[in-house]
Ligand binder design. Structure first.
Ligand code: AMP
Length: 542
């Protein structure tokens, strides 16, 4: 066979040549107006940017950061950076400033592309970011903010005089293409490097019919942010098959998404459950329907039964549950019914569709006990979920090998069962993290912040169900003897110690917090103790 090293730029080249008239539609972040152009236009501008980056002396392996919403310019940056062998480091703007500072310095990014709204944040941080030599604001001169950032240019000005021809260089397909940081249970985020090869394989896999299976007849609303978990691979999978691509910019509320779904006649979309909760609330308030939408993919957190049933019964839209991780590019499993299950009654079918699903071809999966022994696939045995495959992380960026077992399995930190048909179901999380609206909150960091209060003897944080965000933190506090500390005093104390959206939804005071034999907080027992507890907002909605 011919030795043709894979380069992700081929996906955009292919789309421009064979689906050149197909549109990419963006809700712009500057003014909310709709921008439309085609894959052919996109490739021309991507090549202009590739030339501009070369002039800025970008070399193979350099890390170039983006901090931006889903827009056509961000899409161009992904391809121009990776296509020439540099690494596109997507920075999550929802992280708090110390984490952003850490990851940019850890990655040693030399250029930062950013939406104008993040300019003030970067002005605060820039003195602590010595590696960044250029700031490129993803806008035109008309919308360019005045800024004290050094060496800053508007994206349109940067590319305007560049030629729209560029020969993508040849490099080994194992060359890194992109970098995404994900939260650790404590301390600083950890980097996951994707390669051209891993992204290619992952894109082929998700484009199989029984996985996501995009087609040229689809219009895809890509809600999942380009700064999160490799954007679930959609930025490559859409041009590979020529799907029309709709990018929602920064407006992710129900009404704005509905407008795009309706006006662009979207057939497929993907997002975390919180987004679908907001859309469903908007639809029911406004008495609207979804005549074009066929399938929505839900992942990042477990899909709630009410989301599946509401889409099924009120809107005739099929919800497909998926599971994955930043470390897995991210898709690991997808939940579709096997033919014989179509005869089951509706509730039994929904029970299965709420599972995380069966592995995508290319992902091996097993559950093990604490000694690493494989457990039976009987739907009953509960164990640590291990995975391996060509788009699964081997080690974190600049960190020692973290593989487990025989050296090739990756420990997901999830606890699961696998049934006789191969359906995996997550039952718990070994990692001490809370997922709120698709973003991580570190229980340990929050506990440490609370423990800093002089009247707190012991603090523990657990996740509890929330009707909008799926999970929110409950802080459980054992005060010191004779303490008079109140919940409001503790909230005030925490306000400047953690990001605002990390603040617990409630604080419960207890006489004792259960400990394990080794003296650690027993989250298992604590979760049991608070099994029937409901957060204030959950109480209102139930
Ligand atoms: P992230 O890397 O931020 O995408 O987070 C990956 C983690 O999110 C997984 O290890 C799970 O703990 C959780 N997760 C992702 N998808 C699902 C799902 N469908 N159901 C339950 N948890 C999920």
């Amino acid at each position: 066979m011919q030795d043709e090293p894979l380069n992700l730029a081929f996906a955009l080249e292919h789309a421009a040549r064979f689906h050149g008239h197909v549109e990419i539609v963006t809700r712009q972040v500057d003014d909310g107006k709709i921008h439309r152009y085609t894959y052919a236009d996109s490739l021309r501008r991507t090549k202009k940017l590739a030339n501009a980056l070369r002039k800025l002396d970008v070399q193979v392996g350099d890390r170039i950061a983006t901090m931006a919403w889903n827009t056509f310019r961000h899409f161009e940056a992904w391809y121009a950076i990776a296509g020439q062998g540099a690494i596109c480091h997507t920075v999550n703007p929802r992280l708090f400033e110390q984490q952003i500072e850490f990851i940019i310095n850890h990655a040693e990014d030399s250029i930062l592309f950013l939406d104008a709204q993040f300019v003030p944040m970067l002005e605060q941080l820039q003195e602590k970011l010595p590696s960044i030599k250029h700031y490129i604001v993803l806008t035109d001169e008309a919308h360019m903010p005045t800024t004290t950032l050094p060496k800053t240019v508007a994206y349109e000005t940067l590319i305007q005089d560049e030629p729209d021809e560029f020969d993508w260089p040849t490099f080994p397909e194992e060359t890194p293409s992109s970098l995404c940081y994900t939260s650790g249970t404590t301390g600083n985020p950890k980097g996951v490097i994707y390669t051209h090869r891993s992204n290619f394989l992952h894109s082929y896999a998700i484009n199989c019919k029984d996985v996501i299976g995009l087609a040229a007849t689809d219009t895809v609303l890509k809600v999942v942010p380009m700064f999160h978990a490799n954007s679930w691979g959609f930025a490559y999978a859409c041009p590979m098959v020529g799907s029309k691509l709709v990018l929602p910019g920064s407006q992710l509320d129900g009404e704005s998404l509905y407008e795009l779904l309706d006006e662009e006649q979207v057939t497929i979309s993907a997002a975390v459950p919180t987004v679908w909760n907001m859309l469903l609330a908007h639809l029911s308030d406004s008495d609207r329907q979804l005549p074009y939408l066929q399938e929505v993919f839900v992942g990042g957190s477990a899909v709630p039964r009410r989301v599946v049933e509401s889409f099924d019964n009120e809107y005739e839209v099929t919800v497909v549950h998926a599971w994955g991780m930043t470390e897995m590019s991210p898709i690991g499993t997808i939940c579709r019914l096997k033919p014989f299950m179509k005869q089951f009654d509706y509730q039994r079918q929904v029970d299965i569709r709420l599972k995380q699903g069966t592995p995508v071809f290319g992902v091996a999966m097993k559950i093990v006990d604490d000694d690493g022994n494989e457990l039976p696939r009987d739907g009953l045995a509960v164990g640590r979920l291990l995975v391996k495959g060509p788009w699964i992380v081997k080690r974190y960026y600049k960190e020692p090998d973290n593989a487990v077992d025989d050296g090739s399995w990756f420990d997901t930190g999830d606890i699961a069962t696998i049934d006789e048909y191969g359906y995996m179901q997550i039952t718990d999380r070994a990692k001490d993290l809370i997922k709120s609206g698709g973003e991580w909150i570190s229980s340990v960091d929050l506990e440490n912040a609370a423990m800093g209060h002089p009247q707190v003897a012991l603090a523990a944080v657990i996740g509890k169900f929330h009707p909008k965000w799926e999970e929110r933190p409950l802080l459980v506090v054992k005060p010191i003897d004779n303490s008079t500390v109140s919940a409001s005093e503790l909230f005030d104390y925490l306000t400047d110690k953690v990001a605002k959206w990390w603040l617990p939804d409630d604080i419960a005071f207890v006489d004792d917090i259960p400990l394990t034999a080794t003296g650690k907080i027993s989250k298992v027992q604590l979760r049991e103790q608070f099994h029937d507890y409901e957060l204030p907002e959950a109480r209102v909605s139930s």
